[in-house]
Every structure is written in structure tokens, then in C-alpha cells.
Write a protein that binds this ligand. Sequence first.
Ligand code: ATP
Ligand code: MG
Length: 140
Amino acid sequence: MPVERTLSIIKPDATRRNLTGRINAVFEAKGLRIIAQKRLQLSRAQAENFYAIHRERPFFNDLVAFMISGPVVVQVLEGENAVAHNRDIMGATDPKKAAPGTIRAEFAENIEANSVHGSDSAENAANEIAFFFAGIEITG
Ligand code: ATP
Ligand code: MG
């Protein structure tokens, strides 16, 4: 399987509950390496830009308000098949539907405050990594 990189965000519900280390421990236990990481307070414009693909969805305004409600931790994860592997580790968007042992099953509060974001394709991963990180900030 190819070694890939994916963009992960530990969302404000998780930073608020001091879960960064426990979530990172799951990534590492499951074989993903955290090769870049920083904690940020997103502006409204940055959150709207990041989630622009969802602009027409009914939950867009609430989602943006949630994503700027506290700090996030943005990170680049690297490993075999990292994009799909991270989506498996995260679990379904709605924690009620997330498989046992996934991050969202264990930690998410609800379908919106669901603790983590992960890129959903290799192409989006490259774009999302470039959104948050300069090349000099990423080391393998
Ligand atoms: P993410 O993109 O954050 O990794 P995802 O790919 O599982 O999550 P998307 O459909 O891309 O899910 O939705 C983006 C985010 O919007 C979700 O993670 C969640 O925070 C929020 N969201 C999605 N669906 C709903 C909904 N029905 N009601 C409220 N918030 C939602
Ligand atoms: Mg998504």
C-alpha cells in the first residue's frame, strides 16, 4: 500500500475537553505518524473557506460557528493508505453510527461536535495540507 499523507483536525469539542493527547495516542497506536501539528484559533473567514464545499448545506452556519468556538489542532498524518485508514479510525460522521473503538464512537458529542476531521480523498488531502501548512513545517 502507498505511503500517503492526510490532513486531520482535532475539533473544538475535543480540545475543550483536553482530549488532544488521547486522540493522538489512537492515531499512533493504529500506525499513523503525526509529522506536523499546530494549535490554532480559526477565524470565521478561514472556517468558511475550509468548509466551502458545504456552503449550501443547512448545517453550514452552525458548523462554522462550532469550528470557531475554540482552538483546533491541525495535523498532517502519514502512513500506509493514510486517507482511508484515518477515515476508518475516525468512524462515521454521526457518533451514534460510528463503529465501536473509533475516535468518534469513543469521544464525539454529537453529529456536529464530532471531535475530528479527516480528508476524504488524496486530492483533498493535498489541498487541505497546503491550506494549513507551509512545506518547511512538514518533515517526514
Ligand atoms: P469531516 O469533513 O469533518 O471529516 P465527514 O467527512 O465525516 O466530516 P461531512 O459530510 O464532510 O462529514 O461534514 C462535515 C462536518 O459537518 C461533519 O464532520 C460535522 O461536524 C458537520 N455535519 C455533517 N453533517 C451534519 C448534520 N447533519 N448536522 C450538523 N452537522 C453536520
Ligand atoms: Mg468531510
